[in-house]
Design a protein around this ligand. Structure first.
Ligand code: ZN
Length: 400
């Protein structure tokens, strides 16, 4: 069996792409761009390279024109960058794309998400070779910078005239593998806050009992935030319909302050990573935090150095023709789906933010989730099955 995979053209292309170490934030994009252009040429499709985020932040767009090209087009997006590796913790070199006897291909980006970028191209190749013609134009994009937030990639691109000219009606981007049989479809994302509390307090000798110290105030506010966190932990535990994307997550991620162990500090800074679900009134929650800070004794500066906008979710009902088309592909293939709110952030939020429906989906079920982990891998068999799923989805979307 493994011999078949070795010689499979799609597996070879996938493995070649995985061998490019496009680690974020190092700039390794140019070899990716060259590789993707080579693919476009072999497909006989036109491409363009845009650099809205700067000369080192290329975006490649490959276009397959539809027979009815004035209709809004379909975007198939993937990011070229991958997260860092600690090779000493891997059993295979992370950029060799070695395949074992079970067909497991080991490489950074095997799941997140070089697989999807190449599956998009493989899908177009298969459809073109079969003589299929689609109504809507398909744009296959390869973007940089996703792993550090997409600010220099998709976030920049969606606000350009070049993007507008693509006339996108619907976008498909990454999701996450699922370990069971059911495919996870993501129609929304929580929005992220980075909350800073700059807590001032009475300073003095560490042997006394001063009032209103920064430590006392931190204890009070932290207690309130952790109580709220526990409420979310309990909600998640007690309601099997909820997933992590449906609840608020609050995590204390940094604490700074103090000069010396016997001096009560005048300032402690605490930083929290907070992800807010769509049904929470974030303005009300911020007011609540400010109230807790007053109750703690005041002298606390509350600020958010990152406050993502609340982005409308993509409709997953019959009002969205692309949803109906997308879902019908799974129904016809007899594949089960579950619809979820994505727990982290992807480039889809920038697409949704400008009013374009977007779904996140990775065609990997019965797959151990190894994205961002050591020994990230994808099975050749899963990769090839994914192309079959995309063939159905893409035809449905482009003919919707
Ligand atoms: Zn990703």
């Amino acid at each position: 069996m493994s011999n078949n995979w070795e010689q499979n053209e799609e597996i070879q292309i996938f493995r070649d792409y995985l061998r490019i170490p496009s680690i974020q934030p190092d700039n390794g994009y140019e070899p990716c761009v060259a590789f993707i252009i080579k693919q476009a040429e072999s497909l006989g499709l036109p491409y363009k390279v845009y650099r809205p985020g700067g000369p080192d932040q290329p975006i490649v767009v490959i276009t397959w024109e539809g027979t009815n090209s004035e209709l809004p087009s379909i975007l198939l997006n993937s990011h070229m960058d991958v997260v860092a590796v600690f090779p000493e913790n891997w059993t295979h070199p992370p950029f060799a794309a070695e395949m074992d006897s079970e067909g497991r291909i080991f490489a950074r980006g095997a799941q997140d998400m070089k697989c999807i970028g190449m599956q998009h191209l493989a899908t177009i190749r298969a459809l073109k070779n079969a003589g299929v013609k689609l109504k809507r134009t398909i744009h296959i994009t390869f973007v940089p910078d996703e792993e550090s937030g997409g600010k220099l990639g998709m976030d920049k691109f969606v606000h350009t005239e070049d993007f507008k000219n693509l006339n996108i009606g619907f976008s498909l981007d990454e999701g996450v593998a699922s370990e069971d049989e059911v495919f996870s479809i993501f129609y929304a994302e929580r929005f992220m806050w980075r909350l800073h509390l700059k807590i001032s307090g009475t300073t003095g000798h560490g042997s006394l009992l001063h009032e209103n110290t920064a430590g006392c105030k931190l204890n009070y506010v932290l207690g309130k935030l952790m109580a709220r966190r526990q409420k979310e932990v309990d909600r998640l535990k007690n309601n099997s319909n909820l997933t992590i994307g449906d609840v608020m997550t609050i995590n204390l991620t940094k604490i700074n302050g103090g000069v010396q162990s016997n001096v009560v500090p005048s300032l402690i800074v605490a930083v929290f990573d907070i992800r807010i679900p769509l049904n929470v009134d974030d303005e009300e929650f911020l007011t609540m935090i400010k109230t807790w800070c007053e109750e703690a004794g005041g002298g606390i500066e509350v600020y958010l150095d990152l406050r993502e906008p609340k982005v409308e979710s993509t409709k997953i009902d019959s009002s969205n023709i692309f949803w109906t088309a997308f879902k019908s592909a799974f129904d016809e293939l007899g594949l089960k789906t579950r619809e979820l709110v994505f727990p982290g952030g992807t480039d889809s939020r920038y697409i949704r933010n400008i009013g374009i429906p977007a779904l996140g989906f990775s065609p990997m079920n019965l797959t151990t989730i190894t994205l961002h982990a050591n020994d990230e891998y994808l099975k050749a068999e899963t990769y090839l099955k994914g192309i079959e799923i995309y063939k159905k989805i893409v035809q449905k979307l482009a003919n919707a």
